[in-house]
Design a protein around this ligand. Sequence first.
Ligand code: ADP
Length: 798
Amino acid sequence: MTHSDSNAPVGANDSTEHTPIDTHTERLPILPLRDMVAFPMMKIPVIIAGSSATLVEEAMASDRMVGLLTVKDADVEEPQPEHLYDVGTTAKILHVRNKGDGPVVALLEGAHRFRVSAWHSGGPYLEADILRTPEVLEPGNELEALQRQLKTTVKDVLSMTPNTPEEALEVISQFDDALQLTYVAATNVNLSAETRQSLLEIDSVVDKIRELLAHLSHEKEMLDIGRRIQSEIREKMDNSKREFFLRQQLDAIKKELGETESGSAESDEYRDRITQSRMSDEARKEALKEMERLEQMSPQSAEYPMIRTYLDWLLDLPWAAVSEERGDVPAARGVLDSDHFGLEEVKERLIEFIAVRSLMKERNSLENPGDTGAMGVILCLVGPPGVGKTSLGRSVARAMGREFTRMSLGGVRDESEIRGHRRTYIGAMPGRIIQGIKRAGTRNPVFMLDEIDKIGQDWRGDPSSALLEVLDPAQNSAFRDHYLDVDFDLSDVIFIATANQLDTIPGPLRDRMEIIQIDGYTEMEKLQIAKRHLIPRQIMAHSLREDEVTFMEDAVLKIIRDYTREAGVRSLERHLAAICRKGIVHLNEQGWTHVVITDAMVRQYLKRERFESEISEAIRIPGIATGLAVTSVGGDILYIEASKMAGKGRLTLTGKLGDVMKESAEIAFSYVRSKAEQLHIDPDIFETTDVHLHVPAGALPKDGPSAGVAMVMALAGLFTNRPVRSDVGITGEITLRGRVLPVGGIKMKVLAAHRAGLSTVILPRRNEKDLDDIPREVADAMTFILAERLDDVLEAAF
Ligand code: ADP
């Protein structure tokens, strides 16, 4: 072997190294390479298998060079000489790695180019005589230029090749030897085995570089195209992503503007809901008709949202939703008793109502469906504020297992508030009945019509006639709201009306209703209501515990007497709430765990009493009498003042008196004049005196005949110069001849007299039976004087 040191570096300028100098052959074992080509000066890893293993073993042992030849057809299993190219590279085996069960890999380093001159057969592996054929180097400008070109091109190509490490580019610039550079480039860029083989076979280095450059520029073009395709794909993806987002935004904007592209999806949804809804056939037909109009309409049109609102109303109404009704008396009684103290008669009447209703419903539906006659009873709870009308209504609903809903008729003057506006109006809405039904969520709620006595009436239409239709069982199974314009069945609704006063309820309405009067509570009843219901409720409402606040009885009575003057318990409840609030502050500030509310604490918490015993105010001067009246807040006392002055016998009346009351005053004046002699009054005095009669107490309008007797008393006292007893309350209508006629509201008036601290009540004899309704504790505390004629009572009052 002439070339013992094959590792010696190959100098680029040492052209002699590459010139054929040697023509003698040597015999080398041949290691076939699949799909790869070995170049001189390059390291190459080779997987060793089959006969190659023996070859490598023996070569290693004898430190022999091997010849590397590439297989022409990689599929051949055991390549024979004819399967191999005959130009290859001699190489030295650097080491062999045999790791576990992985393949055996030998790392070889190429030395010289050779050509096979003869094959030897018969051995365990191929052997051939080879002839070294060094490359031909022609130094000069051309080579230098090509060499530079090669460097840049290789760098370009490598930088375009994905996953090329940075260092690879660096390394390329370091090779100054043209041949070495050529082989490094050919090894590192992506070339087929055939191309590499053909590069190896070219003798001239200049030609080699030319050939390599041709391949590289092709490769570069390929990479370029690849890159372009890549970026085109990326751009396409970016575009489609962008488009996706833009489209989404567009949808959102359209939705905002109500012109959903998904408009058809929306109308599909409506259609589904309409067909699945349990609305009446008439309503469904109407809804589908509107649906068709909607579909044909631009979402921008002004009518579009109106139709949608209309459809929503139809869909939201409880066409078929009903509460399962309960009608058993013991349970109903339980509910009413647990919610309310006292009110025995009222509760009894409500229980009858519940029982009858459930029986009728059962029988009617079996025997003569459609006959709702007796079911059409409308209850009307009449009484002052705060006596529990609303809460009774709620209890009835609870006892019957129904929903509760209410509407106030106070100040309703327009039929359309009850029955709705026609849809042609801008902003039209269903009336309050339909709104209430929707709120209830069932079609059989207990529906409370509050303040039916305050319903108005004017040119816009009479709301009470609309209400009559609502309440009439013969008509209300097909109640037609103007807005809905389809029938809705109200026949399963239980209507309960409330009113403060009976006399302002329009006649036809009153005729339809069964009146249940609640007159107000006595002190003791209020005390019980407070103890059993209001106090526990307020304690809970203020998140207190029962053991933290104790109300003494005296304290509650003090509130009732000195801080409230009412028939009901509303103001009482408010004061109890105020005390709870102050109690909480006290607990907090003092670090107490318990507050006991005594009457002294009430004074401390609520400050000055609002009502000191009012009768002391009624100074004992002639010309004043205490009347009793029923107002919208229950019974009340009413002072009647008369004074005289020089004049011509005229009567002046003030205090917002109604016509009937004015007439009463005139009758009273005439009566006193006619009785002048009997009363020891100088008859001439009427010629020279004017009389002024005034009924104070705010600017409240007052009317009714029941102050007649009190007016006579005031005038008689004035002219006889005798004061009327200030602890006497007086009620009764009078005739010119001095008869005393019966009046209404006795219980309320007596309760008010008692509240105000009066001890005696003068009332018409014909009202005697009404005294049975007066609670014992009040009746026992009062004296009643029954009058048939004025003569009977004139004396009693002075
Ligand atoms: P109204 O509707 O007659 O004006 P409310 O029903 O609003 O009166 O009653 C006012 C408050 O007084 C409610 O908290 C109610 O529960 C309570 N209340 C009235 N009467 C009673 C009673 N007899 N028993 C228990 N609580 C009552």
